[in-house]
Design a protein around this ligand. Structure first.
Ligand SMILES: Cc1cc2nc3c(=O)[nH]c(=O)nc-3n(C[C@H](O)[C@H](O)[C@H](O)COP(=O)(O)OP(=O)(O)OC[C@H]3O[C@@H](n4cnc5c(N)ncnc54)[C@H](O)[C@@H]3O)c2cc1C
Length: 462
């Protein structure tokens, strides 16, 4: 029986980052991971593989849609699906091995196997019981099931199955117009599939700034994705020929069906804590299955903590990482903190969509006086050069103080541009602070500055 300062259960972005920081702060640290590789959902079946496929198919789209416009002529590439999946697996391998290397470098012990907590201060892996002053639950999440739909990961798949389909479907139905559904829908649309997205709500990407969501839907439709909104899926019938998705329109209760070769169920994720033994330990849980924690990630059991997708908050890798780092600092006797008001969200389609802070809808609901600075990428020379003038940057600032309250970007590299606003918000900056900062020309970032200028006396290139 080995004794550790910290044992973390789960080697995803929350767990592995927490472990590395704990070790850097001098704590004897172990991570329990049941998968064959480290990195959790994110590196194995989430963020990284989906971005690899988005990257490959984005290039395909560029070749077919934009190369000739730039005078790049010649034979167009065809898709070797097996090789594309191979590229994706290679990217996964490089990243998961990278975490293994970081564990060795930082002297983090990997306890291989599935862990449980038989008693406070103890973690069981296989037949061995290890003791720890602190235990961290970082067990992440799994796809939520949908009533009437049985997933077989062949014809009816979750995002995990969608990353390893045997062949590119001719017809793909995506249930759920959230981030994962739209990213995977984009991948297959670019590969030539007829993609229909069925969504229960009347708009795509719930929670997103409504103006951005509308624009995003229009752009995706131009790219060939079809949307059926306000539709409740009743069930999926699978036969040898494929699948039939039955849905009911909420506005008039009329029923209809859609044929598909593959159905992707992307209706959200739920915390995964099965097999840990939390019930017999008496760990308090929230109604939606998350481990209940206080502001310092502590559960109601002394020495037991939880982070990442297993607790409340946005199910995002960087949120899990930040919690992992903050908790490590707390366990080492320092002050760890996560600013939940400044957590960016990104959708990696083309164009990318990114947001941070409040939406206009939230500010209206709070009754807060605000101003909007908006700038279209049509006025950005660099964006037009890459055929991505369609989106915009929208900056929201307090009407009286000019303090930045939120930003919503749809356009090229939005997922990178958003961080300029994140840093500004962390420092309590005003829109004028951004507007007075010199931005290199020609960059996409100039659009952020122009939106900031639009919060004041006006943008220059609008
Ligand atoms: C298709 C897809 C795309 C995504 N894209 C993005 C993106 O672009 N950006 C983003 O920020 N987020 C993205 N996410 C979400 C992101 O993957 C999660 O928010 C993130 O992985 C959560 O990290 P975590 O450490 O809390 O848990 P996880 O990454 O889920 O890791 C938990 C780990 O714990 C292990 N585990 C569970 N129970 C036990 C046990 N009892 N014993 C041992 N090991 C155990 C699991 O095997 C798993 O490896 C995506 C998710 C999916 C599914």
């Amino acid at each position: 029986m080995a004794e550790f300062d910290v044992i973390i259960i789960g080697g995803g972005p929350g767990g592995y980052v927490c472990a590395i920081r704990c070790a850097q702060l001098g704590l004897k640290t172990a991570v329990v991971e049941g998968r064959d590789t480290l990195g959790g959902t994110c590196l194995n079946v989430g963020c990284i593989p989906s971005k690899a496929l988005l990257n490959a198919t984005h290039h395909l789209h560029e070749v077919h849609e934009n190369f000739e416009k730039m005078g790049l002529m010649g034979a167009k590439p065809t898709v070797d699906w097996a090789r594309m999946l191979g590229y994706k697996d290679d990217v996964i391998g490089q990243n998961t091995k990278g975490i293994e290397f970081l564990f060795k470098k930082n002297k983090v012990t990997w306890l291989k196997g599935w862990g449980s907590i038989p008693a406070a201060g103890q973690v069981k892996v296989g037949d061995e019981v290890h003791s720890a002053k602190n235990i961290v639950i970082a067990t992440g999440s799994e796809s939520s099931p949908l009533n009437g739909v049985t997933v077989d990961e062949k014809t009816v798949v979750t995002s995990t199955g969608a990353l390893t389909l045997e062949k590119i479907p001719a017809k793909l139905v995506v249930i759920g117009a959230g981030v994962i559904g739209l990213e995977m829908g984009s991948v297959y649309a670019r590969l030539g599939a007829e993609v229909t997205v069925v969504e229960y709500l009347d708009a795509i990407t719930p929670g997103m700034d409504a103006e951005v969501a509308k624009s995003f839907q229009r752009i995706l439709q131009k790219q060939g994705l079809k949307f059926i909104l306000g539709a409740a899926v009743q069930g999926v019938d699978v036969s040898k020929k494929g699948a039939k998705v039955r849905y009911k329109l909420r506005k008039d209760d009329s029923e209809a069906t859609l044929d598909a070769d593959t159905v992707l169920v992307a209706t959200g994720r739920r915390p995964f804590t099965a097999g840990l033994g939390l019930e017999s330990l008496g760990v308090e849980m929230l109604p939606r299955g998350q481990v209940k924690t206080d502001a310092h990630f502590a559960t109601n059991i002394k020495g037991l903590y939880a982070i990442g997708d297993a607790i409340t908050g946005p199910m995002l890798a960087h949120k899990a990482e930040d919690e992992g780092m903050a908790l490590a600092e707390i366990l080492a006797g320092k002050a760890g903190h996560v600013n939940y008001g400044v957590i960016p969200g990104v959708i990696y389609t083309t164009p990318e969509v990114a947001s941070v802070g409040k939406t206009e809808e939230q500010l209206k609901e709070e009754g807060r006086a605000y101003k909007v600075g908006k700038f279209s990428f049509m006025g950005n020379g660099r964006a037009k050069a890459v055929f991505q003038g369609e989106g915009f940057v929208k900056l929201l600032a307090d009407k009286a103080t000019d303090r930045i309250l939120g930003a919503h970007i749809i356009g090229p590299a939005a997922g990178d541009l958003i961080h300029e606003v994140c840093v500004a918000m962390e420092f309590g900056a005003s829109a004028q602070d951004l507007a007075l900062t010199c931005h290199a020309h020609p960059t996409y970032s100039e659009a952020v500055r122009e939106a900031a200028l639009a919060c004041g006396d006006g943008a220059i290139h609008a």
